[in-house]
Write a protein that binds this ligand. Structure first.
Ligand code: NDP
Length: 330
């Protein structure tokens, strides 16, 4: 076909067996939308790993092109805000889950889902940041909006060597916060985290078991990507009046806490949802990413891959995890 292009496609047979193919599809296969984008860069998120391995029911329509985020150039548009040539970013809104996603050379989506690529970032930078980095910035904004300032004291970041954690550590350090990084690999990855700007490294085992309802006040605020006992312990050890953001479930989706941190220390737990965040908040986060994330730090935490590597890398993120961020350029 003249207008076909490369895409990864997840299909399911009548017995429910999932197959993942590196194939070609046509523009007519794309779903409804008022903007067609030539995809230039994407990334591999944990959710993309779940979709490709079929480990969790992330995909809710078959066939599906996985990939929950991309950056690229508008090719065609019937949306008043976008014209051919505009550089855009897409995160979430069900792409790669209910709407054909980023692991294809073209994507047709709703113009309302897009944000402009901010000045100072390339499409590759935007996907080196990706949904993980944008979620890290939403978490930092969550702390700032609650009044948190560097002078208040240290901020703890859990899941620190992961995508969200690595970017959160880098942004907080650039903004002048003292950062306490929590990781499962303090020996192997402590130097990496210090390079991103963390001043103290804590072994995640310290926080991963059931703890006391209230503990010693160790940090002024927290960014949690891990959930479960870790988040409960982070809350129990946050100083009076502090805020903790919660975006992930790397340890578990349970939250075995008590009301004590809330009623005796006035702690605020702020939920972070990147998928359905309103456009104004997305634009704010992306414009802050262009100014408040050190480009050299971003490079140091990013691995570059190509289209051929998307499927193996999606499997790797589920099997072994990956350090920092991965950017795929087409
Ligand atoms: P990564 O897999 O890159 O990082 C997660 C990190 O968590 C790992 O690198 C590891 O860090 C740590 N970790 C893994 N398993 C455990 C465990 N059992 N106990 C404690 N820590 C653990 O994922 P991302 O950074 O991309 O995403 C982090 C979380 O945030 C995920 O759950 C993801 O689904 C979620 N997320 C949510 C979004 C939202 O909109 N709410 C958007 C994006 C992500 P280390 O080795 O340093 O301990």
């Amino acid at each position: 076909m003249a207008d076909d292009f490369r895409a990864i496609l997840i299909t399911k047979d009548d017995e429910g067996n999932q197959e993942v193919k590196d194939t070609r599809i046509a523009e007519s296969d794309l779903m409804e939308g008022d903007v067609t984008v030539s995809v230039e860069a994407t990334t591999v998120n944990y959710k993309d790993g779940l979709a490709i391995t079929g480990k969790s029911p992330v995909v809710r329509r078959f066939p599906m092109v996985p990939g929950i985020d991309f950056a690229g150039t508008v090719e065609k548009s019937d949306h008043p805000d976008w014209k051919p040539g505009d550089k855009v970013i897409l995160n979430g809104w069900g792409t790669g889950e209910t709407h054909l996603g980023a692991y294809a050379e073209k994507s047709r989506i709703k113009g309302d889902w897009l944000v402009s690529l901010p000045d100072g970032l390339t499409t590759k930078d935007a996907m080196a940041i990706g949904t993980a980095g944008y979620t890290a910035m939403l978490s930092v904004l969550g702390l700032e909006d609650s009044g948190c300032k560097p002078a208040d004291g240290p901020v703890v970041v859990t899941g620190a060597t992961g995508g969200v954690g690595s970017v959160a550590v880098s942004i907080l350090a650039k903004l002048g916060y003292e950062v306490i990084a929590v990781t499962g690999s303090p020996e192997e990855r402590g130097a990496y985290l210090k390079g991103l700007g963390a001043s103290t490294i804590i072994d995640r085992n310290e926080l991963s078991e059931k703890g006391k309802p209230l503990g010693k006040e160790r940090w002024a605020a927290g960014i949690d990507a891990v959930g479960s006992h870790t988040l409960a312990n982070v809350l129990a050890q946050t100083r009076h009046g502090g805020t903790v953001t919660c975006c992930g479930l790397a340890q578990g989706f349970d939250l075995p806490t008590t009301v004590m941190p809330f009623i005796l220390r006035g702690i605020t737990l702020k939920g972070i949802d990147s998928v359905m965040a309103p456009r104004q908040l997305r634009e704010r986060a992306w414009s802050r990413l262009a100014t408040d994330l050190d480009k050299s730090k971003l490079e140091s935490l990013t691995t570059e891959i190509g289209f051929d590597d998307l499927i193996p890398m999606a499997r790797k993120i589920i099997e072994n995890g990956i350090q920092g961020r991965v950017v795929a350029t087409f």
